[in-house]
Write a protein that binds this ligand. Structure first.
Ligand code: SF4
Ligand code: SF4
Ligand code: FES
Length: 223
């Protein structure tokens, strides 16, 4: 971040803060001296889905859901973080290894996600998704048994849960997508390199270099 950037003023969690114009909302929050102890995981990589926020831009009536680490601040923006879901949201329990072959896959999907065919095509999940995924299409492909295509829709899902929050039928689109992707992986041959590497680890042939770059991140205890 270039600290010579023009500054903008925005409201985050009810506090008025100033930040360089090129900052993400997360960077702006830290720049303003706030401490991040929750709602952040990957620190700005856009992959953990933890930094969900509601954003309202100046002069715009609608509220959007976005990721704070991927959204650039704007003058007059209002931001509120969204907490994790309560446990009362529909839970899905399954053992992926119990799905022994792909003939079972469509039937098992409807068994574990019986609410999935109830999609009312409201588009709430599409509007909520900060990654711009065709969530509704993914749900409906899965219900139709088009599992490979459904898995591709959710390839870049970061499990932020915003689509689940938005769904009036409690479908849990991201959890359905994860189930499909797990099922596909479980029913597919693993990459040869991965299998060889796991065998090497099992035979004790791979040593761990604790002095390798990244093995001792700053602040971690020495062995
Ligand atoms: S599909 Fe759902 S959980 Fe995945 S990124 Fe989009 S809103 Fe988040
Ligand atoms: S929010 Fe739920 S009901 Fe609406 S389109 Fe998405 S999956 Fe269907
Ligand atoms: S901090 Fe991980 S997605 Fe934003």
């Amino acid at each position: 971040m270039n600290m010579t950037d023009a500054m903008v003023r925005l409201t985050v969690e009810g506090r008025s803060i100033a930040a360089p114009a090129a900052s993400s909302i997360l960077q702006a929050y830290v720049h303003a001296g706030q401490t991040l102890v929750a709602r952040v995981g990957c620190m700005g990589q856009g992959v953990c889905g933890s930094c969900r926020v509601m954003v309202r831009r100046a002069g715009q009536p609608e509220v959007k859901t976005e990721l704070a680490c991927e959204t650039v601040v704007e003058e007059g923006m209002q931001v509120a973080f969204i907490d994790y879901l309560s446990p009362s949201i529909q839970q899905h329990f399954y053992r992926i290894e119990d799905i022994a072959d792909s003939w079972q896959a469509p039937r098992k999907l409807l068994e574990f996600f019986p609410e999935a065919p109830h999609c009312r095509h409201c588009g709430g999940c599409d509007s909520a998704c900060p990654k711009g995924l065709d969530v509704q299409r993914g749900v409906n492909l899965a219900v139709e048994g088009e599992l490979a295509a459904a898995g591709e829709v959710f390839d870049e899902c970061v499990m932020c849960n915003l689509c689940t929050l938005a769904c009036p039928e409690h479908i849990g689109p991201n959890h359905l997508g994860l189930f499909v992707r797990r099922m596909i992986a479980n029913l597919s041959l693993r990459p040869a390199d991965l299998m060889r590497r796991l065998e090497q680890i099992e035979r004790g042939e791979l040593s761990v270099d604790l002095n390798a770059p990244g093995a001792q991140p700053p602040g971690s205890a020495k062995p």
